[in-house]
Ligand binder design. Structure first.
Ligand SMILES: NC(=O)C1=CN([C@@H]2O[C@H](COP(=O)(O)OP(=O)(O)OC[C@H]3O[C@@H](n4cnc5c(N)ncnc54)[C@H](OP(=O)(O)O)[C@@H]3O)[C@@H](O)[C@H]2O)C=CC1
Ligand SMILES: CC(=O)N[C@@H](CCC(=O)OP(=O)(O)O)C(=O)O
Length: 311
């Protein structure tokens, strides 16, 4: 059986990567609008005529697209921030809980997680759930992304001749749009303090949570933190927890290590005295952070093997 798929935003950074992942698949037929992609009537017809639609648009345009969908049989995946904490939408992170994959499979409206939140929630949700980190704990997140994270506009800025910025801290007003989903989907009751940065390379990211272990109620060991993550993701194809020995042997970690994949790798670095830890997630902002995750959710919603077409 062939499923018809419409990517609204097919020529954008996320849309193009999804298209690349879907184009070669014989089980799917893509509805492509080409030069008519901004034509509202053409979009309305495609949004209501496909089996599934993937919205790769800015937030406001995503809300407009959702309002255009009258056909209740259409399955919708939104890659924007518009619906990530909205009622009636399933959060598209299948590995985050035992029942999340089934929830996504039953849902017609799935919100794809943000790239930074995928790394952060991957690291912190199991620790909050097991009580190792209290819900009231003041959590800080430091992160760096490649410039494709900012879409076409940021790619043009960084790739313009003479653009020499090496690194830029941003989100300095402490109101980044990812904070609500990071807080909600880890189960924290206090907003996380998010310190993002963008580097002069195209793609890939590191998301880090530093922890003073002695400030946590049970002063958990690095092994215990690591064990909670291993247990949470056992048997998951796309989320892996690096061995402690492998992590200890590393003298550095680079953000481009999983580019082109749908994988998320979690590391737990600890000091010799067991007083401090650095939890670090590595992912491709356009892989498990966006386009890969959207394809994984699409597979689940269509009742297919979730790994179809993904590495
Ligand atoms: N880049 C990333 O790493 C990630 C992005 N996302 C999210 O995915 C969404 C898309 O981001 P990204 O691909 O980076 O952005 P881009 O700027 O690269 O692409 C946006 C796309 O949206 C289209 N578009 C913009 N406004 C409208 C409109 N009013 N009507 C119809 N189409 C419109 C553009 O069309 P045109 O081609 O004609 O310009 C373009 O194709 C955003 O919500 C972003 O936050 C999520 C996770 C990671
Ligand atoms: C480098 C950069 O600018 N990154 C983007 C996040 C990209 C992303 O995750 O998009 P969503 O917001 O849809 O999740 C930002 O911080 O706004």
């Amino acid at each position: 059986m062939t499923h018809t798929i419409f990517i609204d935003g097919e020529a954008g950074t996320t849309g193009l990567e999804i298209r690349e992942r879907l184009e070669a698949r014989p089980d799917l037929e893509l509805i492509l609008l080409g030069d008519r992609r901004r034509d509202v009537d053409a979009r309305r017809e495609a949004l209501n005529g496909a089996d599934a639609v993937i919205l790769c648009l800015p937030d406001d345009a995503a809300r407009e697209a959702v309002a255009m969908i009258e056909n209740r049989t259409v399955k919708v995946i939104d890659a924007s921030t518009a619906y990530r904490v909205a009622p009636g939408w399933a959060y598209g992170f299948p590995e985050m809980d035992a029942g999340q994959r089934d929830l996504i499979a039953r849902s017609s409206f799935v919100s794809n997680p943000g790239c930074y939140p995928t790394g952060f929630i991957g690291l912190m949700r199991p620790l909050v759930k097991t009580g190792l980190v209290p819900t009231t704990y003041p959590v800080t997140v430091n992160a760096v992304s490649g410039y494709s994270g900012g879409g076409k506009a940021m790619i043009a800025e960084f790739e313009a001749p003479g653009a020499a910025t090496a690194y830029r801290a941003y989100g300095l007003s402490l109101k980044h749009k990812h904070v609500p989903e990071m807080t909600k989907h880890t189960g924290l009751s206090r907003d996380v303090l998010f310190a993002p940065a963008v580097g002069n390379y195209r793609q890939g990211m590191l998301v880090e949570v530093p922890l003073h272990l002695a400030a946590l109620p049970e002063t958990p060991s690095v092994e215990r933190i690591h064990g909670a993550l291993v247990e949470a993701y056992e048997g998951r194809q796309f989320v892996e927890v690096a061995d402690l020995e492998e992590t200890e042997a590393l003298s550095g970690l680079e953000p481009e290590g999983l580019n082109g994949t749908n994988r998320l790798r979690l590391h737990v670095f600890g000091d010799r005295n067991g007083e401090q830890a650095r939890l670090v997630a590595l992912l491709d902002n356009l892989g498990k952070g966006a386009s890969g995750a959207a394809v994984q959710n699409l597979n689940i919603m269509l009742g297919l093997d979730e790994a179809t077409g993904l590495i």
